[in-house]
Design a protein around this ligand. Structure first.
Ligand SMILES: Nc1nc2c(c(=O)[nH]1)N[C@H]1C(S)=C(S)[C@@H](COP(=O)(O)O)O[C@H]1N2
Ligand SMILES: [Mo]
Length: 389
């Protein structure tokens, strides 16, 4: 009885392969979803994610390492928060898209013979560079935002340079595929293949990844952010901590009553201030986010002394730059540079308090830098010295 039913369904799989289907190297790739149309739509979505991730990645890189002629504005306050949130979200959304795209086109990747001509060989080499580079970016990016430094190289340098290789290969790939993709998506398929269901599943998977992470930056969705390693509102003083005082080895120095803030370098008057003297200066309040390169961000209410008040007191030229130095002895993020547009901004503070309390040790006690539109790594904690350059 059961066996008799089988022939009824079988002919559906015997239909002639439509011209749009990819050529396969053997009979093993039987799903008809290995298909140009599916590949085209996934490619469009991936291309959009990669272009946004590339541009926002450049913003992040050049905010941290500005070329000599670059002066980033200090407004809008949330500029970095938004660009870096987009960077991480488009990168994460690309993970299911890339996996689905690779599944869709793998018969083509394993094509035999490997090359029919020199041009064909070059085209295929380009695709392998694109695939390899994309996997590298997504894998290292995800490991980095999850604080799993499983790789032996320095993440930011590798991620930055690989981005140019990937985007270069992607632009050539887009140029090669443009006409075909356009034709494919502009025509209506006649074969009744369930592409839409497959694509909706893949886009849905991307949506789920984003929905369960985006709350790390967008606090109304914080409770949904089960995939995020940091969440707004969670941490000491309702604020996440990236690197604790203990991990930075600054606990004793930060608690030392002999702590002084010094302002030195190209100044007319060197300043050496005790914590009490700093506290006696005019206090300002600013509502500003910490926006980490890893994508999480959280807003807090900061109180402290305007950096520009301190620098004016020391007699600093308007076009001078300032290096903010931490008490931390080692560590890549123990100093940061503040350019004129940032220290002129009235919202840029040396903060002494956060969310109504004196700073916790983990948030930079006795004082930390907090400025608008600036990567988190440049919001230096446990400040001991300002050096005017
Ligand atoms: N001295 C010092 N300041 C630092 C860091 C550090 O490692 N050392 N980490 C930075 C990073 S990566 C971020 S995201 C913010 C986090 O600040 P929070 O821990 O108060 O949230 O602090 C920044 N300030
Ligand atoms: Mo960070």
């Amino acid at each position: 009885m059961v066996r008799r039913a089988a022939p009824l369904t079988r002919p559906r799989f015997r239909r002639p392969v439509p011209p749009a289907a990819l050529t396969t190297i053997s009979g093993r790739f039987t799903s008809r979803l290995h298909d140009e149309r599916v590949a085209a739509w996934l490619g469009i979505a991936l291309g959009a994610c990669f272009l946004v991730a590339f541009l926002t990645g450049l913003v992040s890189h050049f905010m941290q390492h500005p070329a000599g002629w670059m002066a980033w504005p200090s407004r809008p306050v949330n500029l970095y928060r938004v660009t870096q949130g987009l960077h991480v979200m488009t990168g994460l959304a690309a993970v299911p898209l890339l996996l689905a795209k690779l599944w869709t086109v793998y018969p083509k990747l394993l094509q035999w013979p490997p090359a029919r001509s020199v041009l064909h060989a070059a085209e295929r080499l380009l695709v392998f560079v694109l695939v390899g580079g994309s996997l590298f970016q997504l894998v290292t990016g995800v490991l980095n935002i999850d604080y799993w430094y499983a790789f032996g190289f320095f993440f930011t340098t590798a991620h930055y340079w690989t981005a140019y290789i990937v985007i270069g290969a992607l632009l050539i790939h887009i140029a090669n595929e443009w006409a075909k993709t356009r034709r494919t998506v502009m025509t209506r398929p006649q074969d009744g293949l369930k592409r839409r269901a497959f694509l909706l599943t893949v886009f849905g998977a991307s949506g789920v990844v984003v929905a369960t992470t985006v709350g790390e930056a967008f606090s109304p969705l914080a409770r949904l952010a089960v995939l995020a390693p940091r969440r707004p509102g969670i941490g000491s003083q309702d604020l996440p901590v990236n690197k604790s005082a203990a991990a930075s080895g600054v606990t004793a120095l930060a608690r030392d009553p002999a702590w002084r803030l010094t302002v030195t370098g190209h100044v007319r008057r060197e300043l050496t201030l005790t914590l009490a003297q700093l506290q006696a200066m005019p206090m300002r309040t600013a509502r500003l986010p910490i926006a980490c390169v890893e994508g999480w961000s959280a807003e807090a209410t900061w109180e402290g002394v305007r950096l520009r008040d301190l620098l004016r007191m020391a007699g600093v030229d308007d076009d001078a730059g300032v290096r903010v130095e931490s008490l931390e002895r080692y560590g890549l993020y123990r100093t940061s540079q503040v350019q004129p547009p940032h220290w002129h901004d009235p919202l840029t503070l040396l903060a002494l308090r956060v969310n109504g309390e004196p700073l916790d040790l983990d948030h930079g006690y006795p004082c930390r830098l907090i400025a608008p539109s600036r990567p988190g790594v440049m919001q230096t904690k446990w400040v001991g010295r300002l050096v005017v350059t």
